[in-house]
Design a protein around this ligand. Sequence first.
Ligand code: MG
Length: 505
Amino acid sequence: MESKPPFENELILDILKEYRTIWALSHAQALMGWDSETYMPREGVQERAVARAELSVLQRSLLLRPSLVEKVEKAQAMEGLNEYEAGVVRVLARNIDRLRKIPEKLLYERVKVSQEAVHVWVDAKKTGNFQGFKPYLERIVELTREIAERLGYEEHPYDALLDMYEEGLKTRDVDSLFQGLIPGLKRILDKVLADDYYPRQHPLEDLAYEPSAMEAVNRKVLDLLGYPWSRGRLDVSPHPFTITLGIRDVRITTRYEGRDPKRTVYAVIHEYGHALYELQQDERLLFTPIAGGVSLGVHESQSRFWENVVGRSPWFTSTLRRIMGEHIPAIAGVDDEEFYRYVNTVRPSLIRVDADEVTYNFHIYLRFTLEKQLVAGEVRVEDLPELWDNMMEELLGVRPRSPSEGVLQDIHWSHGSIGYFPTYTIGTVTAARIGEVLEAEVAPLSELITGGRIGEVREFLREKIHRWGSTLPPKELLARSLSWKLSPEPLLGYLERKYLSRYER
Ligand code: MG
């Protein structure tokens, strides 16, 4: 790794000095967030919420402090900054710009509505009562449209929202991606379903297990992948997640449902991918605004690369079967091919989070289509359940029996996260592109995995993606490191090789 300090410009050094307090607040908030989901006693909720809200307000005021804003503006007009320095200015200017355009009152109201909406959503999902949730979602959509207007956009109000999660991504980029993806995916799905190699259902999905047995498996899998335990942890939470405290402290979680053992281990492999991205950054970025993954889409490309491209490949699943067999006797008697089929079931289903590699992106396309129309004011919230069900039937041939299986299934909208879903598809497509470049430049995945060369995969990702942190905007990073801009071909090619020709080359 280069040793020359990336930050030399006096003004940038001054900005970074002022930024350290803001960094420290993020660090504290990340730790509080991690604790809230893992070990905090139940009744600590309210005080924690107040503490986190107060720290957010403080952080906002530090970012908007005239002394910092002035320096950032001065640096924006400066020439001759190196790319790390330019990255610092770009990231801070984006944050400042967003905070300035969205008044605190509007932000506060959205947070407040969302906090209530999440509670209402939890009950609505249980009972399938969309009517109860409807007024909250209407208010959230209204506030989101106001936010989009204030942020500004050139073509479509949805652009303003996309940009918050995936810098520079436009509605028309996502439109053209899906235009190529959806017909290709339909063709692949039809063929997979007509054949019976990849089962729709596998008996091992009903297999019960002891959480302690799968915890041992998860730890061995993380050892195999090279997760650095001195810089991370594995804990339990209701929803698996990764949290970054810094480059040297990145923690992951999983859950143990007690049935269908693949679910917990693939959650771990997914989160490992997110964690590795943060762990393998250039350490010269410590304490700076360009430490941390650059966007949700690039982040998701890392998790999906490990989970699917590596983790669900036949080369990896045979090792996984052996490890699982040491702790779960029922698995020891299953052969490699049968185990591979168990982790690669394909079935059109109603629930996004349970979807497989072939059907997953249909779920995202549906949400993207509806969100785009909601934000443009082209559809009404009250019509959503019907629109959702119709589109689901059209895309995957299945129809929800209740809004719980349809429009109410995801938490995102109740959080006010609109414009977020497309990053899942961006991540999936990018993961497939990463696989292509890795195979062309290093070695076939089959050799890297079976030959104990996982370290070379980690190094490739470090060099191409991880070390940069947020230095380069996502589009530039993909162009430079993968010689690529978003397109459906890598994913369609990968799925065809795996599901139609079964990796014959
Ligand atoms: Mg993820």
